[in-house]
Design a protein around this ligand. Structure first.
Ligand code: ATP
Ligand code: MG
Length: 394
């Protein structure tokens, strides 16, 4: 069966009909040859962005400066990028100039690794000028051309190399790894936003341990923000079932706080909160097994990530299994205050009093009574419990 979706094939066909060259390129070809579900499909073409726009009635400019046009094919956006080269990188991160070219080989040459420098024609012919297929078979990550030059051009490629080692479980070819070692320091010039995108994929890979040992071996660990130089504990947590677990594992070094890590990688507020919660839960866990209070106050995912960290530090002790965490959480009489069968208005009605600080304080007491099963979560039962307690105190 043919590569690509019907709509993406139609895009290539129409470019060809207009007299241009067009092919599938990049990571989707790699994944296809590996028998994996292809990520997003990219198309490259000899047509200039203006020519692409004239072939299709509906297009959206997304990155014209870089030659990328979004073609709306039967309401589906398909990315089409003009063959291009990048030249003279003076800052280790962005090309000073993007030049559109007519040759596919030149376009493939600017790509980072041989396994990513593959193209496939509509007829199913593989275009592979740099031995990408062979490297796929050898399970190797190898720079296209001189590795050191390529990392000097764009230092992010070093992090991409290790992220592919995690995602694909591949080795990094010797001279490529050596070149990472020689250029590791220049990762400091790359924006953390770009690094974060790759790290998110690294955490979610099948072999993060592999990537982590490459990061240390190549000295990247010395130059990545808030990264431990000893990744043994970090590795002990792997694999991860979410990128957040990976970010949390950076706490294990003990040298950086959640806030420091979150700020260093410009994590989102949601991610920052997650890390802070893990940090807090971890302190509790160091003092003993989770209690009802913890199962109630922390998110399940936070508890699971926390337990992963704890077990990495205490490999010989009996930890809490994920099933147990789920079970304990399920057994809670209420999962949050919203689950209470009464609210502030009920309390005001029962007492004939207006709102005030007393209301919040009594809601806290009711919440605690229900959580610790001193009172069932039932309107009448709570009312009864409340009246008893209220009269005792007033
Ligand atoms: P994924 O499946 O994770 O998306 P991918 O290979 O598609 O992997 P992308 O970041 O989507 O990775 O990039 C698409 C393609 O663009 C790559 O396959 C590669 O050919 C090229 N590429 C991306 N980033 C770089 C870079 N920094 N330097 C050189 N080529 C790059
Ligand atoms: Mg991609």
């Amino acid at each position: 069966n043919a590569f690509g979706t019907v709509k993406s094939r139609k895009v290539i066909q129409q470019l060809e009909d207009a007299g241009h060259e067009a092919v599938f390129v990049g990571g989707s070809i790699r994944d296809y040859l590996l028998g994996k579900n292809a990520s997003d499909i990219d198309i490259a073409t000899s047509a200039s962005p203006d020519e692409v726009k004239s072939v299709f009635p509906h297009t959206i400019d997304v990155g014209i400066a870089h030659g990328t046009v979004l073609v709306m094919m039967d309401h589906e956006p398909i990315e089409v990028t003009t063959y291009r080269t990048e030249s003279t990188y003076t800052d280790h991160r962005r090309p000073d100039e993007v030049r559109f070219v007519k040759s596919l080989k030149e376009d493939l040459q600017r790509r980072d690794f041989t396994i990513n420098a593959l193209a496939l024609t509509l007829e199913g012919e593989l275009v592979d000028p740099f031995g990408g297929r062979e490297d796929l078979e050898k399970r190797m990550i190898r720079s296209v051309g001189n590795a050191s030059d390529r990392f000097e051009e764009d230092a992010l490629r070093m992090v991409r190399a290790v992220r592919f080692s995690s995602v694909l479980g591949f080795e990094i070819e010797e001279s490529t790894l050596k070149a990472i070692n020689g250029n590791a320091e220049s990762i400091r010039h790359v924006s953390v936003e770009r690094i974060k995108v790759e790290m998110d994929k690294l955490w979610m890979g099948t072999e993060p341990q592999k990537a982590l040992s490459y990061i240390v071996e190549s000295n990247l660990s010395k130059h990545l923000p808030k990264f431990p130089e000893d990744v043994q504990l970090l590795s002990a947590c792997a694999p991860f079932t979410s990128a957040l677990q990976g970010w949390s594992a950076l706490l294990l070094s003990g040298h950086f706080t959640a806030i420091e890590i979150a700020n260093a990688y410009k994590l989102s507020n949601r991610e920052k909160d997650f890390l802070s919660a893990v940090q807090k839960a971890f302190k509790n866990r160091q003092a003993g097994r989770f209690t009802t209070e913890h199962y109630y106050r922390f998110d399940l995912e936070v508890l699971i990530a926390t337990e992963k960290l704890w077990q990495a530090i205490h490999p010989s002790l009996l930890g809490i299994t994920e099933e147990e965490i789920y079970e304990k959480h399920k057994e809670l009489p209420i999962k949050s205050r919203d689950d209470l069968k009464v609210d502030g208005r009920d309390l005001m009605a029962w007492t004939g009093q207006r709102g005030g600080r007393w209301l919040g304080e009594w809601m806290d007491k009711i919440e605690e009574a229900v959580l610790y099963r001193k009172c069932p979560n039932d309107m009448e039962k709570i009312k009864e419990w409340f009246h008893n307690e209220y009269e005792r105190q007033e």
